[in-house]
Design a binder for this molecule. Sequence first.
Ligand code: ATP
Length: 356
Amino acid sequence: MILYQAVAIVPMAKPSFIGAEQPLAPDLAADRTILRGSATSRRRDLVFVVNPRGANGRTGKEWKKLLPFLRSRLGSECNICESLTSGPCHAIDITREAIREGADAVIAVGGDGTLHEVVNGFFWGGKPVSNHDPKAARATALGLIPLGTGSDFARTLGWKNDPRDAIERIALGVRSHIHVGVTSGENGEPHYFINVADLHLSAKAGYYASRYKKFGNLCYVIGALQAFFSHHNQDMRIKVDDGDWEVYSKVTALCIGNAKYFGGGMKITPNAHPSSNNFEVVILQDFKWYDFILKLHKLYNGTHLSVKNVSSRRACSIEVGEIVSSGSIFVQSDGEHLGFLPRKFSIFPGSIEMIC
Ligand SMILES: Nc1ncnc2c1ncn2[C@@H]1O[C@H](COP(=O)(O)OP(=O)(O)OP(=O)(O)O)[C@@H](O)[C@H]1O
């Protein structure tokens, strides 16, 4: 296996054992297919894609501390390849190369931005990337060691914020099928998301929040305050599952959930789950600044769907545009700025396997 500008970690001699399965988040436990191969059949090639700058540099420091445990837990049964990203989008290229070379799993080590890039590396030219070897026994799985600022995706899976737990999950290697969403980037190229895509106020807040990551989770509060200053609720048109266009007046934010949380722990699409083959779309209309103060706790604990001017629906695809085009409505997916409306968001047909 090639090294992806990486440091290969020599497997350690200490033996490790496949233990009892850990409990899964209930939704996944119900849906999962057990795809674990025999641990003794061959050594698994695991590629760890580490963003050393994640969480304002904390990811890199935590990763160094984690390595001895990783080596002792997995080194005897897996080939471990560590690849540090050198900048934005590098994780995409590392992932594509690893899949083509037949990695058993590519594991994102960092926050939602790193996971987002690794997920995008699973695709190329609108199709899943495949192994060079057509006889390969099984597809490359996605893994995650959440070590970011928000790490919102891991919350949907009910994971504790403990990287050692994540390593135990990787050691067990139990795979589940999950879905991802697809939209288009600024130049029309396909762009994949695993967590939440959203637009207008929340997307603008995310755009500003990314400038304040050095303040940890407080960045989301600062970003929201900054976004509010220039915010106006906007009339929009929406087409769900290729039906008719519908007009939604005074839209504050529209969130397309493949998973439940965004913005550092806000349970915005509480019924979404990546194992289901549709999105939960939550639309906030005519919200004033004081509505957020009065209802913020409900947004955080996911009880906002009964609040006035909040609606929720299921969709496999949703197209959103302005009534009067201004080209200034922010769009983001998985917390990454993606340009401005109009956009279409769809569940990607087919699934990927994730180590859960
Ligand atoms: N070596 C690097 N130097 C600077 N930025 C990088 C590097 N590698 C990756 N990045 C960028 O850092 C961004 C943020 O990383 P990441 O998501 O891991 O951490 P975070 O933003 O702190 O966490 P979260 O997204 O969960 O809030 C990624 O979108 C990625 O493009």
